[in-house]
Ligand binder design. Structure first.
Ligand code: PHE
Length: 351
């Protein structure tokens, strides 16, 4: 009888211990449940120790006593294990809610980039010339004096060199420079290819200019070159007039003004009727009604000869477009510095 009481006291004790567990402190709950298990049905638990009393029990009563202890032990185990299961669930729910992300929050949209306006203009120009069957070639930005000047009929003492304040490379003994014009690419093409030649070459050029609204030490040109039998100034005029219309609209007119470049003869500067006022005269064209857009001319016979092309058989024309200039005209930009500052507030307008 004594023992029965003791056993049922242990069961009650375990039950009370389970009830006493504070489940609100979820962080430490799993450890406290482990402690409970150790205390109430582990190796050294009270209920296990009861078995040792078996020797004091009369042999006839032993099966009944054993059953009593086993039942009590199972009862405690069931109670604690089912408590543990409900605690595990509690802990899981707690962790899930602590790590919760709000999937109903609207996503932050990815900001789309945009092509730089200079790239847009370059693409516009190259697309046009590609549609006319021109090849696109690349030339090095670090050039030799030969390609940038010498072969372009501009020897060392030529006054035309002064117009292009050139960056020479230190230690290059005056031989290496940053190209001041994409015309250097003309020579590289004519050296490697025999006519017919129809090529364009867009890229960066460098001149030692102070930065202001209309100058930058780095800017962009697109060179064009056509060499074949029977090429005349009419071809040049036709192609450039069509280009101006493509860029600025069908109503735009062009005019050729006599000019000078050592590598073309005759040389011209090409004006387009002002995109803003249509030729009447306004602030954008400084009252002239015309805006200069490029330099061009018939390839100088000396240049053809320098590249091993017989000027008695072949003739050609060349032109150099200022990509920055065209960009300013197309987008109404009146300070070219914005093209190089990469201020996102400016750039995102081109999305
Ligand atoms: N290279 C000249 C310049 O930079 C432009 C040009 C190119 C003129 C081709 C004639 C022919 O000013």
């Amino acid at each position: 009888m004594e023992m029965e009481k003791e056993i049922s006291a242990i069961v009650t004790d375990a039950e009370n211990a389970v009830r006493a567990v504070d489940v609100k402190d979820v962080e430490t709950l799993p450890h406290r449940v482990d402690d409970l298990k150790a205390k109430y049905f582990g190796k050294n638990s009270e209920i296990n120790n009861i078995y040792r009393l078996m020797k004091d029990v009369a042999p006839v009563d032993r099966p009944a006593f054993g059953k009593l202890v086993n039942d009590a032990k199972r009862q405690i185990e069931d109670r604690i294990l089912s408590f543990q299961a409900s605690c595990d669930e509690l802990v899981l729910r707690f962790r899930l809610s602590a790590e919760q992300i709000d999937i109903t929050l609207p996503g932050r949209g990815a900001v789309k980039g945009a092509l730089h306006p200079l790239t847009l203009t370059r693409n516009l120009l190259t697309d046009y010339f590609i549609s006319l069957g021109f090849e696109v070639t690349d030339g090095p930005e670090i050039e030799t004096d030969y390609y940038n000047f010498e072969a372009l009929n501009t020897p060392a003492d030529h006054p035309a060199r002064d117009a292009q304040d050139t960056f020479y490379i230190e230690g290059g003994e005056g031989k290496f420079l940053l190209r001041s014009q994409t015309s250097a690419a003309q020579i590289r093409v004519m050296e490697n290819k025999k006519p017919p030649i129809k090529m364009i070459s867009p890229g960066r050029v460098y001149r030692a200019d102070e930065v202001d609204a209309t100058h930058s030490p780095v800017f962009h040109q697109l060179e064009g070159l056509v060499v074949d039998k029977g090429i005349t100034m009419c071809d040049l005029k036709g192609i450039l007039d069509a280009l101006a219309k493509r860029l600025f609209g069908e109503s735009v007119k062009t005019r050729f003004r006599p000019s000078f470049f050592p590598f073309t003869e005759p040389s011209v500067e090409v004006d387009a009727s002002c995109v803003k006022c249509g030729g009447a005269g306004c602030k954008a064209c400084r009252g002239a009604g015309w805006i200069e857009v490029l330099g061009a001319g018939m390839v100088n016979r000396a240049v053809l000869r320098n590249c091993g092309i017989d000027p008695a058989v072949y003739s050609g024309f060349a032109f150099g477009v200022g990509i920055d200039r065209i960009t300013n005209l197309l987008y109404g930009i009146n300070d070219m510095r914005v093209l190089f500052e990469n201020d996102v507030r400016f750039l995102k307008q081109f999305r």
